[in-house]
Design a protein around this ligand. Structure first.
Ligand SMILES: Cc1ncc(COP(=O)(O)O)c(C=O)c1O
Length: 417
């Protein structure tokens, strides 16, 4: 990947025809270090958030050794890029073929389930293996999250104890997991889910070796500034102390968004201006699925190709615009409104930020618009969940990403009633 200091340097130095993903490896490295240093347990990267090889390479190079995978292609990808990594097949519904291949061909031992029928598939397809690590996914409240994942997976409370008890009989190690919903804005949501899990485990009357608190850790988007990440860790740590699980039980988490959201933005070109509508060369069928369908508020900024344009990157009079992607579909529309320079014109480049999570991962080739280029950039235009707070940093640290500021890894929590 070619490296530019900033996206503006790219825009001013060369012709840009297809959309360009600006990769920011420093952001992934920083997030990975932060979680490794601060989460008091194992950190699994949820590959579905962004399966780009460059993301896996940076995570692996920065210490991530455990991956949450949802399919055989994700397993193959992780095996190829991260040969020493451990994998957990945490998708609650898997084909029989994929269970078999995961177990026999790729050595996966960790499988999630949320009902008896899925448990039977895992047990049968692994030929009643005695080394299975089964993770029972519980349904929990997603009220604290901006993006609910409560509609599809998770065993409801009234069936959970029974399933936990039955899974224990087939498991070498048994875990419980949940997902509090993506972009969780309330650290207390983890505590509530963990207390609920503890109650269900006690009701089941069996021992549990693993508590997996899932994903849901947030990033900063316009109008969505979550509490500091430390608050999430404290909430989880305190709740884990109170849970009815084995004294040496392990704590896991599966962040997707928080590890990669800051890692990518896309440079998209204005192909036509029609009143307040800007027709772009990327959209809902590209990297902007969430912008269009979930109305997710991504940050935008303008980069002018010509340095003599008014006010350079941004500035001057602004106006509200809506965006359209390049395909034929009326759903390829992002209402916004987005405030951009009022004189925005064909050929201008809009950078849409914070697309590292569920941007690249959801892109398609619909209407033939799949071409994409990747470059590396070194700037950091949007706020970070992992950045040194300016008031806490001295001058020398303020401009440097400082891994040293992260807290030391805490000892694994062991005390259980
Ligand atoms: C099983 C599982 N784990 C982890 C994640 C990652 O969630 P997030 O991106 O909110 O951290 C997801 C997201 O859908 C998931 O389904």
């Amino acid at each position: 990947m070619h490296t530019y200091h900033t996206p503006l340097d790219l825009v001013r130095s060369r012709h840009v025809e297809s959309p360009v993903v600006c990769a920011r490896p420093d952001r992934v490295a920083q997030a990975s270090h932060w979680f490794q240093e601060n989460f008091p347990g194992e950190v699994l990267y949820a590959v579905k958030a962004n399966p780009s090889p460059w993301i896996l390479d940076v995570l692996y190079a920065n210490g991530t050794r455990f991956f949450d995978v949802a399919s055989i292609p994700e397993i193959q990808l992780v095996r190829e890029r991260c040969p020493e990594a451990r994998m957990a097949f945490l998708h609650p519904v898997k084909s029989r073929e994929s269970i078999r291949r995961a177990y026999y061909e790729f050595g996966v031992r960790i499988f999630a389930l949320d009902c008896e029928a899925e448990m039977a598939k895992i047990v049968e397809e692994t030929n009643h293996a005695d080394d299975l690590i089964l993770i029972v996914r519980l349904a929990v409240s997603n009220d604290g999250a901006m993006f609910s994942l409560a509609g599809k997976f998770g065993v409801p409370a009234y069936e959970a104890s029974d399933l936990i008890r039955k899974a224990r009989a087939h498991a070498w190690e048994l875990g419980v997991s949940f997902h509090v919903g993506s972009q969780c804005m309330q650290p207390s949501a983890y505590r509530s889910a963990m207390m609920e899990a503890s109650r269900l485990i006690a009701q089941a009357g069996v021992t549990v070796d693993i508590v997996d608190v899932g994903g849901g850790f947030p990033s900063i988007y316009p109008g969505m500034t979550p509490p500091p990440m430390d608050d999430y860790i404290s909430s989880i740590e305190d709740a884990f102390e109170e849970m009815m699980v084995l004294e040496n039980a392990d704590l896991w988490c599966e962040p997707g968004r928080a590890l990669v959201a800051e890692a990518e933005s896309v440079l998209t070109r204005v192909e036509l201006v029609k009143g307040d509508a800007l027709y772009l060369n990327d959209g809902a069928y590209g990297r902007l699925f969430d912008a269009a369908h979930a109305k997710w508020p991504f940050p935008v900024r303008l980069h002018r190709r010509k340095a003599d344009g008014p006010a350079g990157e941004t500035g001057g009079e602004t106006a509200s615009f809506r965006l359209y992607g390049p395909t034929c579909d009326s759903m390829d529309a992002i209402p916004g409104p987005f405030d951009l320079p009022a004189d925005i014109a064909e050929g201008d480049i809009i950078e849409i930020g914070m697309l590292g999570a569920y941007g690249t991962a959801l892109a398609t080739n619909f209407n033939g618009f799949g071409a994409i280029e990747y470059v590396t950039v070194e700037d950091m235009p949007w706020p970070s969940m992992f950045e040194v707070q300016p008031d806490k940093a001295d001058d020398s640290e303020a401009t440097v990403i400082s891994f040293a500021r992260a807290r030391r890894r805490r000892p694994k929590l062991r005390r259980r009633a």
